[in-house]
Design a protein around this ligand. Structure first.
Ligand code: HEC
Length: 151
């Protein structure tokens, strides 16, 4: 049997190994000459196609199917984890109580339209309505609301 029949994972490991090899080689070359910056660019350029393939192979969750928890971590947490820009912190019951009082639909409306320092949809324009509801429920429930997120 020839090497062409190796399994897909084996091939992608081989690509990673190859890219590491290229990077190591380019780094060594950089060490010899005075043109380190150029060689770093060369290394980056050589690795790029491999990196692109690896990214494309990563399992992507289809838009519309993302979980509230994951959306929170990748989008909303930027402000709501720390309270940046005056955002009510996740889980801060006192900060959320007056907001929860407007009910789930009111909160979803604010999150969709944006409010003061919060851009519409928290800046993630590609969030579907279902995803936005899921993540609003996730965030509000951390502060004690009992909202049922849509599936
Ligand atoms: C750039 C920072 C930022 C990001 C990112 C962000 N928020 Fe906010 N959020 C805020 C701020 C600031 C407020 C308070 C707005 C106000 O009342 O002045 C807020 C308030 C809210 C409120 C309460 C609204 C109300 O009517 O009281 C909800 C719900 C909310 N955010 C949900 C989200 C969700 C869901 C995400 C992610 C999809 C998100 N936010 C991302 C800054 C942010």
């Amino acid at each position: 049997m020839s090497d062409f029949h190796r399994s897909a994972p084996a091939r992608s490991y081989a690509r990673v190994a190859l890219s590491i090899g290229i990077a190591a080689l380019a780094t060594q070359l950089a060490g010899c000459g005075k043109k380190a910056a150029v060689d770093e660019e060369l290394a980056a350029a050589l690795i790029q196609p491999v990196a692109r393939i690896e990214l494309a192979a990563a399992p992507a969750v289809a838009a519309g199917a993302r979980k509230g928890e994951d959306i929170y971590a990748s989008v909303c947490g930027a402000c709501h984890d720390s309270g940046a820009a005056g955002a009510p912190k996740a889980g801060d019951k006192a900060a959320w109580a007056p907001r929860l009082a407007q009910g789930f639909d009111g909160l979803v409306k604010s999150a969709a339209a944006g409010k003061n320092a919060m851009p519409p949809r928290g800046g993630a324009a590609d969030l579907t309505d279902g995803e936005l509801k899921r993540v609003v429920a996730f965030l509000a429930n951390k502060a004690g609301a009992g909202f049922k997120a849509p599936d």
